[in-house]
Design a protein around this ligand. Structure first.
Ligand SMILES: [Zn+2]
Ligand SMILES: [Zn+2]
Length: 235
């Protein structure tokens, strides 16, 4: 220890950590690349990486991160500045849609290290149209066994027929669908409360009818399992 008892931050940050722990930190810092955080500092909260799989405006991504970060205690959200493009093998040329399960698997393989070592949930965000088994299209899909979910925003821009969508409505829909898929990753199933964010949405009308908030029943599950608290609640 230097004179005066002052220990430089660099010495303190690595002292007392096991080699495995240091390795985990290194993996995240290396993977992070363009990320603006050191995941090692958030060991007590649930970590969520929002992973773009298509281009979005930086302003929209910043607002997504800001809204989510301010909405929950016990969870930390970060938007990756890297884009993981879905493989062309996941594109069905006849349907002109992406096959969602293949994208989930692909992103899981790409982010395997951080999912395994840092217990991060990955939620992809793609301005593409996707379908899944027995479903013509999906706004999103979650694979809880992989810790990966996807939200597909292309159809969140189309309300029924054709009409101009205000930017904030598009953002609201994206936020609701991200929280919905994250809820699935945390073990929640569809909720019968139509205003609860875990309510199933068959159309954008359903998306607009629900709120971005968990109902009391869903809230209690998140609190007791993960210590997650949503700051604003349904009245
Ligand atoms: Zn769902
Ligand atoms: Zn609910």
């Amino acid at each position: 220890m230097p004179p005066g008892g002052f220990e430089p931050p660099t010495a303190r940050s690595s002292a007392g950590r096991s080699p495995a722990e240091l390795r985990r930190r290194a993996i995240v810092i290396i993977y992070a690349g363009g990320l603006r955080f050191n995941a090692g500092e958030y060991s007590m909260v649930v970590r969520v990486l929002i992973q773009p799989i298509s281009w979005f405006s930086p302003e929209l991504l910043w607002r997504v991160e800001d809204i989510l970060a301010n909405m929950f205690d016990g969870a930390s959200f970060i938007v990756s500045s890297d884009v993981i493009l879905p493989p062309l093998t996941s594109f069905n040329w006849l349907r002109r849609q992406y096959y969602s399960p293949l994208i989930l698997k692909y992103v899981y393989e790409k982010t395997y290290d951080i999912i395994m070592n840092e217990h991060i949930y990955v939620i992809c965000l793609g301005d593409i149209d996707a379908y899944s088994d027995n479903l013509n299209f999906v706004f999103g899909e979650a694979a809880p066994s992989l810790n990966v979910a996807c939200v597909y925003t292309r159809r969140l821009k189309i309300p029924g027929q054709t009409q101009y969508i205000p930017r904030d409505l598009y953002l609201d829909r994206i936020i609701k669908e991200i929280i919905h898929e994250w809820g699935h990753l945390l073990g929640l199933t569809h909720c019968t409360n139509k205003r609860c964010v875990m309510s199933f949405s068959n159309s954008v009308i359903d998306v607009d009818e629900k709120t971005p908030f968990f109902c009391e029943k869903c809230r209690n599950i998140l609190l007791h399992r993960y210590g997650i608290v949503q700051r604003n609640i349904l009245d």
